[in-house]
Write a protein that binds this ligand. Structure first.
Ligand code: FES
Length: 102
């Protein structure tokens, strides 16, 4: 069981927005997309770009450097789902978005 980390108030993470949060040694990007809150590593395994500024479409974020695409729901690389980055549970408690990282 991991530790829940506060990200921000839900009011400051509107549909289409993304926030990052440090969770121990990780930086996690939390996306509000299609009514869901999805949290994945803010780190592209290709060359280390931040994914938080990437374009989101069809449930995937596109890395801003070389366009690798990752599914928001599970961190899988869209072109080869055997490769995946970390994805994490989210919840909202009293209007505050939280992410659980082990
Ligand atoms: S750093 Fe993300 S695709 Fe190259």
């Amino acid at each position: 069981m991991g530790q829940w980390t506060k990200v921000c108030s839900l009011a400051t993470l509107p549909e289409g927005a993304c926030k990052t949060v440090e969770c121990g040694t990780k930086v996690v990007a939390v996306f509000h997309n299609n009514g869901a809150l999805n949290a994945i590593d803010d780190f592209c395994p290709h060359m280390g770009a931040s994914l938080s500024g990437g374009h989101v479409e069809d449930g995937c974020v596109t890395c801003p450097w070389h366009a690798w695409r990752f599914r928001l729901t599970d961190g899988a690389w869209a072109d080869n789902p055997r490769i995946r980055i970390g994805s994490y549970p989210t919840r909202v408690v009293d209007g505050v978005v939280e992410v659980e990282v082990e």
